[in-house]
Design a protein around this ligand. Structure first.
Ligand code: HEC
Ligand code: HEC
Length: 348
């Protein structure tokens, strides 16, 4: 329908739209580490809103069929439930989608091999990845400029005065802001840390095994590499998934691909165990289908290989101790995170 009011944005100018961003307070409990937020990308309500829209919008993929959320599904702890992910062309990638829970606390580098230094940098990758969204940023930016609502959202988040100033860097900044809000902090484990709730006797035995801190209990060694409170470590390890005879034997070199150091071949980042039951299948290649298989793997000490981490050994946990260990790991479960409406699809 024709309207008599001239469209103020017809020439692409956005300066009539107010720019007054509101600082977004991230609620981080006192037993958590500090979150490093880049000074040139402070978290604002408007930035997070834009980032959430981009995260869920299939406009990001070449054929408008997939978005970040196709592979990072909230109810699956922001993974896709597949051994390895499949992009828009139906091609399977070589790695399993990573959970984005507490992603803002990762300091050592993103992806299984840590090749991306910041979330801002990471967010640029999937759009052009041939086995993910297989798009071109240039084309995507043109679509965003011509879109009925995105120019306004970019103006409100970043104060640009013209839609031609929409860039991939701003889009990535907004996505990173949204990702920093993906904080899980309401598990039984957190309430225990805060002195609000007790663990059961079984869970306490599991805690002792997990951290090797009870001489009367067998050691589980998990705490070396999946440390609290995030149940992760900002470091790379070989956890014995492959029986390698030489350092060039690994199908996926992992960290070594990034550092080009032979000694880093076969090492991957130790990811979080929060909501781990919702993240199956497991490991960078999705090779372990169930959590029971994961426990079996570690209980056996992993595959025969001189390159696996020295911490790994045959644990010899019997069924009772394995049940205790899994009961403790289940205290990292936070179902409010999986259903938090702030993290959900804004188009629904
Ligand atoms: C086709 C499936 C797919 C799509 C689409 C996808 N991802 Fe991923 N994502 C993955 C896989 C697989 C990995 C691990 C890749 C690797 O380590 O090489 C990953 C890793 C990540 C990580 C690193 C997590 C960590 O702990 O280091 C972040 C962050 C992330 N994706 C965010 C996004 C964002 C933002 C988008 C949209 C712009 C997106 N992903 C689109 C599959 C996907
Ligand atoms: C030497 C360090 C180390 C120890 C000890 C260790 N892990 Fe891991 N864990 C890792 C690394 C590294 C990965 C990722 C490996 C990969 O994908 O190739 C991982 C992955 C996992 C995963 C899969 C995560 C996902 O998102 O797919 C689970 C579950 C897990 N570990 C549980 C445990 C449990 C339970 C224990 C104790 C019995 C334990 N880990 C001990 C380093 C370790």
């Amino acid at each position: 329908m024709w309207s008599c009011t001239p469209d103020p944005a017809k020439d692409g100018s956005l300066s009539d739209i107010p720019y007054a961003p509101h600082n977004k307070i991230l609620e981080i409990p006192s037993h958590f580490p500090k979150m490093d937020i880049p000074s040139d990308n402070p978290t604002t309500e408007e930035g997070v809103l834009l980032g959430r829209h981009l995260f869920y919008d299939p406009i990001l993929s070449a054929d408008s069929t997939m978005s970040c959320s196709s592979c990072h599904i909230q109810s699956k702890n922001f993974t896709d439930g597949l051994p390895t992910s499949q992009g828009i062309d139906g091609i399977n990638g070589r790695r399993s989608a990573m959970s984005l829970v507490n992603i803002g606390f990762v300091k050592v580098g993103f992806f299984w091999d840590g090749r991306s230094k910041t979330l801002e940098d990471q967010a640029l990758a999937p759009v052009e990845d041939p086995v993910e969204l297989h798009n071109h940023w240039g084309e995507l930016i043109d679509k965003l400029k011509a879109h009925p609502t995105y120019p306004k959202l970019f103006r409100e988040a970043f104060g640009i005065d013209h839609k031609d100033k929409i860039t991939k860097e701003l889009a990535a900044k907004a996505i990173a802001q949204f990702e920093r809000t993906l904080i899980s902090k309401d598990s039984k484990f957190d309430r225990w840390q805060q002195g609000i709730e007790n663990l059961s006797d079984i869970e306490l035995i599991g805690n002792g095994i997990y951290f090797d801190d009870d001489p009367d209990l067998p050691d589980g060694e998990c705490g070396h590499c999946h440390n609290i409170p995030l149940a992760a470590t900002d470091d790379y390890f070989n956890n014995g998934l492959f029986a390698a005879k030489s350092l060039t034997d690994f199908i996926d070199l992992g960290r070594g691909e990034v550092t080009k150091q032979l000694n880093d071949n076969g090492k991957f980042r130790a990811p979080t165990l929060r909501n781990i039951r919702h993240s199956a299948p497991y490991m960078h290649d999705g090779s372990l289908a169930t959590f029971d298989e994961v426990l079996k793997h570690y209980n056996s000490g992993g595959k025969e290989s001189v390159y696996k981490d020295k911490v790994l050994h045959k644990l010899g946990l019997d069924e009772f101790y394995l049940n205790c260990l899994s009961a403790f790991i289940d205290t990292f479960e936070d179902t409010t995170f999986l259903h938090n409406p702030e993290f959900s699809n804004p188009f629904k």
